[in-house]
Design a protein around this ligand. Structure first.
Ligand code: 13P
Ligand code: SF4
Length: 303
């Protein structure tokens, strides 16, 4: 079968079986093309709450599908490839953070949305990369334990000077790999290009940015900017998708290493099989859903 034929089959089966397909912006082009909604992980989980369908299929990684299930527990939620995890989300578990909380009992625990549902059950508030600064600013407590991404945490600490922000060693192994040298070399090759960087990158890289933002913020910035050339410091799909959206502009990934293998695990055949067989359903117990929801609700309240 050709890519086009599989896509056609997916589009007809999803109607027949009442599926809504969500695709994170780091998914490959052919997956984005068959999705009902695309965006960052939080935007997708919000879209899922509004969809009328009984079944939701997440093309992304496990924590994203879990977030959808937490916010839409009455729906059947599926992950297109059962092995698609996020190394950052899996870096810290409940046991580790429970013991850190004992050492820092008067700290508010702020969890990046890229965490497991299980870990969210013991955190106070979630943030996304686009809402982290705003939410940390609004928290009354001066003492913040920010997990798991020390790079996003360091970026927040730079912006919110009056808080005492404690960080642990964790983060996205894909974004963290971009070096200051990668940026300087790319800038030499494309001197007129604007540098757009995700805050999951290391602080010395973030410092060189013309604009720092989440995946969606980077895309919006590039689409609306009058500039013509951009160096993209986030997963390389974003440069590719932007190139389709704005063919008159030029987009270059900051490094060849900016490729998330977990995000690229999902194939069209995975999507087709998942819909046909209703496989890889996300199952969370009621207690996990209700406790994890508290910190997501807090994010919505403060964000
Ligand atoms: P956002 O899409 O929220 O910016 O997150 C980036 C990321 O690494 C998702 O896995
Ligand atoms: Fe996880 Fe990083 Fe991949 Fe996003 S890009 S899914 S944070 S490993």
């Amino acid at each position: 079968m050709t890519i086009n034929e599989i896509q056609k089959q997916i589009l007809s089966l999803k109607k027949e079986y009442d599926f809504c397909i969500l695709a994170h912006s780091y998914q490959a082009r052919e997956i984005i093309e068959i999705a009902d909604f695309t965006g960052d992980s939080f935007a997708l989980s919000q879209m899922a709450t509004k969809a009328d369908n009984k079944n939701i299929l997440m093309c992304g990684v496990r924590f994203m599908a879990e977030t959808v299930k937490i916010l839409s527990p009455e729906k059947n939620v599926y992950l297109s490839n059962e092995n698609a995890g996020c190394p950052m989300a899996e870096q810290m578990d409940k046991e580790l953070i429970s013991s850190v909380k004992k050492q820092f009992p008067d700290y508010t625990v702020v969890a990046y949305i890229n965490t497991t549902a299980d870990l969210k059950t013991i955190c106070d508030v979630c943030v996304t990369s686009s809402s982290a600064v705003k939410i940390v600013n609004k928290i009354e407590n001066k003492n913040i334990l920010f997990i798991p991404d020390c790079n996003l945490g360091a970026y927040v600490a730079e912006q919110v000077k009056d808080k005492n922000i404690k960080l642990l060693q964790g983060g996205c192994p894909i974004h963290a790999v971009v070096s200051k040298n990668d940026v300087l070399k790319s800038k030499e090759r494309h001197p007129g290009a604007k540098i757009l960087i995700h805050p999951e990158c290391v602080p010395e890289v973030v410092k060189l940015a013309d604009f720092v933002g989440s995946t969606s913020e980077i895309m919006n910035y590039a689409i609306n900017s009058p500039e013509k050339e951009f160096l993209i410091g986030t997963e390389m799909s974003i440069a590719e998708h932007l190139q389709y959206t704005c063919p008159d502009k030029m987009f270059y990934p900051l490094s060849k290493k900016l490729l998330c293998p977990n995000m690229k695990m999902t194939t069209l055949v995975d999507v087709l099989n998942c819909i046909k067989n209703k496989s890889n359903e996300i199952i969370l117990d009621d207690e996990t859903i209700s406790k994890a929801r508290l910190c997501i609700d807090k994010m919505i309240e403060l964000g």
